[in-house]
Each structure stands twice: as C-alpha cells, then as structure tokens.
Design a protein around this ligand. Structure first.
Ligand code: PEP
Ligand code: MG
Length: 323
C-alpha cells in the first residue's frame, strides 16, 4: 500500500476536473525537511519555530536561528517556506515558573512576541536574512486584533533597518500572513483581509476556542470536535471571505491532514492544505480522485445540517466511490 502511494510522489496534485491544489507540509525542526521532500510536498506550509526555543536555557541567537531557517529554505530549493513566528506560551511555555491563571487565554503567540520586542527582533532579523535563499513568508500566530498585524509589520520594518545599519544582507519580498485560530479573528475577518497577504486557519486552536474545550485535557477530549457545526461555519466563513477578497487561505491544523476529510474541504473551496509530511501522499490520492465540481453542491447542502451525526454520515457519503 505504502509503495503504491510512493508512486504518487511526483504526480501533480490536480483533481479530476483539473483544479490545482497545494499540498504543503508542517515541520517543527530543520531536520524534518527530509520527510517533506521524501513525500513530494509543494513547500513548507507551517514551520512551528517555537520548537527551536524549547528545552533549553537560553533563547537561540540570531545566527543560530538564521542557520536553522536557511537550512529549511535551501533544503526546499525554491519552494515556498511559511515561517510562523514563535507561538510560545500555553502548552509550549518558555518559562514554566511563570504560571498564568489560564495560559491558553494568556500571553501566548503574537501577544508574547509584541511584549518582548528585543526577542522578537532577533527572530525577525534571522528570518529576513534567510529570505535571501528562497521564497519565505512570515505567519503570525494567535492574532485577534488588527493592531497586532500593524505592530508586526512595524517590527519587521525595524528589523530591516537594523540589518541595513549593520550592512547585513536580507531578502526583500516577504509576504505577511496571519493564523486564523481565534473565533474573533474568523468572525471579524474584514479587518485582517485588508492587512494580510494570506491567511492560514489553525483548526486545532480554532476548535479549542470555539467550543471552550482545552485541546490537551483528556477529561473533555470526547467533546473536542473539529466537525462541530460551529467550527465548520467559521471555516466556511473564512474561506468565502478570502475567496471574495482574493486573499489565499490555507488550513494547517490537523483537519487538513485527514484523508477522510479531503473531499469535504475541497468541496468547501479549500485549495491550500498544510499537514504532517506523512499525510501528504494519502491526501494527494484523495485529491487525484475527487471532482470539485461535483463535490461543491453536495458540501453546500451538508453545511446546512446542524446535527453532528448527520454531518458525519454525509461526509462518509462524499468518500464513497462514484457510480
Ligand atoms: C492550530 O492551532 O491548528 C495550528 C496549526 O497550530 P498549533 O497546533 O501549533 O497550535
Ligand atoms: Mg495554533
């Protein structure tokens, strides 16, 4: 089975009706690039850079971060690399001693970065330097307010100036994107559409915050459901808004790597997927055997259902072989 899938590595990710789909990979450390290439991904859709910061005493220096980002960018040889600025805090706390009352709702992601401008500047300079070696995009985690995007742009401008002053070379063209993973960001999408070059839906956190279910809490794991009608409504809203405004939308949460949901997502209009490298070929197999023109009206109907069991049954039907 695995060897049959391997043959899909070089196949173009096109649907039966010739719709092109982007299948990108999520990585945590530079060494993961090998798996990305082995599975023929179209790029790195999410580099979770906080993993460079975990389990160590000092934060990585600008040079160390630069080397890590450059390794990924060079390894991808011209394919795009989406570098998410460190999403520390909550389940990935740097300082275990600093215990917030409710860390998932506390100083994490971009909130933490903007409160530590020196540390943020180190990372931004390292990313800008690595952008000389290939197409790099910056992705901001956990945005909920427009000013966070504006402040990040200003921080990137400052990082450029610092490098210019030091006469250090850096890449010029960098797109700026934001993670849509807080319900407020999905609902008040307009304020981000104007400010961002692309968006990526983090369905892991979007599910947690929409349903008020801690994604790491075993006791409520049974209630954690990314197919809850409320979560699907938010995803559909973001996809429609992005489409209308011409801002590309990807999904980089676990949902995107589940081959049983590929047809649902294609039917909803998703064209940019990012997932664990090991899922790429299975999802590609679904893409190659799907007809978007046929799926779209079926999925439109499915999304009007308000019963999770019925939604699941209809998703199963999308996956039956066409007769
Ligand atoms: C998400 O929240 O869906 C996501 C992709 O980011 P992370 O899992 O790293 O929080
Ligand atoms: Mg997240």
């Amino acid at each position: 089975e695995r060897s049959k899938l391997k043959r899909l590595k070089k196949a173009d990710p096109l649907t039966l009706d010739d719709v092109r789909v982007d299948l990108m990979a999520n990585i945590e450390l530079p060494d993961d690039v090998q798996a990305v290439k082995d599975n023929g991904a179209d790029g790195v859709g999410l580099f979770r850079t906080e993993f460079l910061f975990l389990n160590r005493r000092e934060i990585p220096s600008e040079d160390e971060q630069f080397e890590a980002y450059r390794k990924v960018v060079k390894g991808m040889a011209g394919k795009p690399v989406v570098i998410r600025t460190y999403d520390l805090g909550a389940d990935k706390a740097l300082d275990q001693a600093r215990s917030a009352i409710n860390p998932a709702l506390g100083l994490r992601g971009i909130r933490l970065s903007l409160s530590e401008p020196a540390m943020f500047g180190v990372q931004l300079r390292a990313i800008l330097r690595a952008a000389r070696f290939g197409p790099v995009r910056i992705l901001i985690p956990m945005i909920s307010n427009a000013h966070e995007v504006d402040a990040t742009r200003a921080a990137i401008d400052r990082a450029r100036e610092d490098l210019r002053d030091r006469r250090v070379a850096y890449g010029e063209d960098i797109q700026l994107g934001g993670m849509i993973e807080i319900p407020a960001a999905a609902l008040a999408l307009n304020m981000f559409l104007k400010r961002l070059d692309f968006m990526s839906i983090g369905t892991n956190d979007l599910t947690q915050y929409t349903l008020a279910i801690d994604r790491g809490d075993e006791e409520v794991a049974g209630l954690y459901d990314s197919l809850h009608p409320a979560v699907l409504m938010l995803i559909a809203h973001v996809l429609a808004g992005g489409e209308k405004a011409g801002v590309p939308v990807s999904i980089c949460g676990e949902l995107a790597g589940n081959p049983k949901l590929t047809r649902l997502l294609l039917g909803m209009g998703l064209r940019h997927f990012s997932m664990h490298p090991s899922q790429i070929l299975e999802v590609k197999q679904q893409v190659l055997t799907s007809d978007v023109g046929q799926l779209a009206p079926m999925v439109r109907k499915l999304l009007r259902l308000d019963d999770s069991a019925q939604i699941r049954e209809q998703i199963r039907r999308l996956n039956l072989p066409a007769d």
